[in-house]
Design a protein around this ligand. Structure first.
Ligand SMILES: C[S@@+](CC[C@H](N)C(=O)[O-])C[C@H]1O[C@@H](n2cnc3c(N)ncnc32)[C@H](O)[C@@H]1O
Length: 236
């Protein structure tokens, strides 16, 4: 996968050089390149922002530096993603969808927002959630992390993201590691039983219970097996 990021703050993406994402880059599973669009500003002062027509507070990103930076990146068939609090909310499903693409481009806004004409360049507008960040960099970092970890070979165990919360439409079941008894808090017996079928059933039940208690909205769209529906009916 190739990822290009248009930003005024390329240093903010050094976080992506750590841990699994850093290793994924070293192993050539993903290439991440930042482009400071100030470098393409067509004025001597290298301004990339200006006042809004019609008045109003704050400055807006101008269209020119972004249009000209994107024009320098071959991007046929790329998904061009604008970070925008008014966009569709980023979800695990969206990360799964993006992980199947060969080329992603993220446009990070700043200041009070951007010239609306920038939107003619994009295929997607995505928000991290219902809050306002100072810029799109933190949002792009989160979306890139969630997407790249799904690429084949990035996680040690190919299956290790399949039980993650949201992957199955449910929240993940509780997990434990050694020791078996930590200061009087014991690991549930079933997990020590070695009985794989009972463990699977316990995990499914716990997953359903947690989702029902914490995120009942997820159950409205989760694709539940007959077994899961039966357990859910027993729980209520
Ligand atoms: C200070 S915000 C501008 C907010 C804008 N005035 C509004 O009310 O929608 C600057 C930039 O940060 C990014 N940003 C802020 N919050 C975001 C969010 N929740 N999700 C994605 N990007 C966000 C966007 O690129 C946005 O253009």
């Amino acid at each position: 996968m190739k990822i290009d990021i248009l930003t005024l703050f390329p240093e903010m993406f050094t976080a992506l050089n750590q841990s699994m994402l850093g290793k994924a880059q070293e192993r050539g599973l993903v290439t991440i390149e930042t482009h400071d669009f100030r470098d393409n500003a067509d004025n001597k002062q290298r301004h990339v922002d200006d006042m809004p027509y019609g008045g109003g507070q704050g400055m807006l990103l101008m269209a020119q530096p972004i249009f000209d930076t994107l024009a320098k990146i071959p991007h046929e068939n790329a998904r061009v993603i604008l970070l925008d609090p008014a966009g569709a909310t980023f979800t695990q499903k969206k990360a799964e969808e993006l992980s199947k693409e060969a080329h992603l481009i993220f446009l990070c806004g700043h200041y009070e927002g951007y010239d609306e004409r920038i939107k003619t360049l994009v295929t997607d507008e995505l928000s991290l959630g219902d809050f306002i960040l100072t810029g799109g960099e933190a949002a792009a970092t989160v979306m890139i992390d969630a997407t790249v970890r799904l690429l084949p070979g990035v996680l040690g165990n190919v299956d290790s993201h399949e039980d993650d919360s949201f992957s199955s439409g449910l929240l993940e079941y509780p997990q434990y590691t050694r020791p078996e008894d930590f200061r009087g808090m014991k690991v549930p017996d079933v997990l020590m039983s070695g009985h794989h079928e009972n463990i699977r059933k316990w995990r499914l039940r716990e997953s359903l219970k947690k989702t029902r208690d914490r995120r009942p909205d997820l159950l409205e769209t989760a694709d539940l097996s007959e077994e899961a529906q039966k357990i859910l009916a027993e729980l209520s």
